[in-house]
Design a protein around this ligand. Sequence first.
Ligand SMILES: Cc1cc2nc3c(=O)[nH]c(=O)nc-3n(C[C@H](O)[C@H](O)[C@H](O)COP(=O)(O)O)c2cc1C
Length: 210
Amino acid sequence: MSTDTAPLTDLRVPQEVVDLVFRDARTVNTFAEGEVTDEQVRAVWDVVRWGPTAMNSLPLRLLLVRSPEGRERLVAHMNEGNKAKTQRAPLSVVVAADLDFHEQLHRLAPHVPGARDNFAGVADVRARWSRDNAFLQAGYLIVGLRAAGLHVGPMTGFDAPGLDADLLAGSGWRSLMVLNVGTMPADADGTPASHPRQGRLDFEDVARTI
Ligand SMILES: Cc1cc2nc3c(=O)[nH]c(=O)nc-3n(C[C@H](O)[C@H](O)[C@H](O)COP(=O)(O)O)c2cc1C
């Protein structure tokens, strides 16, 4: 295990970009005052939507929660330790997977004839597929938000069935994660996280070559 953050060599993007989105980025739960606008999130979406998904299915859906009423409803479903963080975030994004993603496949995957109909009768396959691929897209989204200079606190500690029955009622959307999003407080001194950076597994821990 390592806390080493040696810079990449042979980069095709400036080192600062890698630092911004990975090496220096921390999970943040205390943000500066000030709104994160729909336009900021739209600009991030317009980039991260190009990240690959199986059959170009793009099952990720986003519920942006900014109003005091929306926030109260969201906080009610968060685990106790996540309530205050969510209460004070400028924007919270409910990241969801759309069980009915196949209804868009005529637009997204015209190269796969019959794709929509093949998924229509297999709800269990759609549930797994949408969850896998929306989680993948959630990763792209976190990196994209960071690239836009925003800070993110991802959370899965909430009552997902309760949230779905309330905020996502009447849709095929199923919540996966809540992202608190904002900018760094001016007095954060470069250390916005609540605890020291923990180590990461080394290449030898995670990879095998055959
Ligand atoms: C999918 C996911 C779920 C998480 N759930 C929670 C959570 O419910 N509550 C919380 O305080 N932090 C949560 N975290 C934050 C992680 O603990 C944190 O990202 C990790 O320890 C790395 O911290 P660092 O980015 O500061 O290095 C979650 C992170 C991810 C990516």
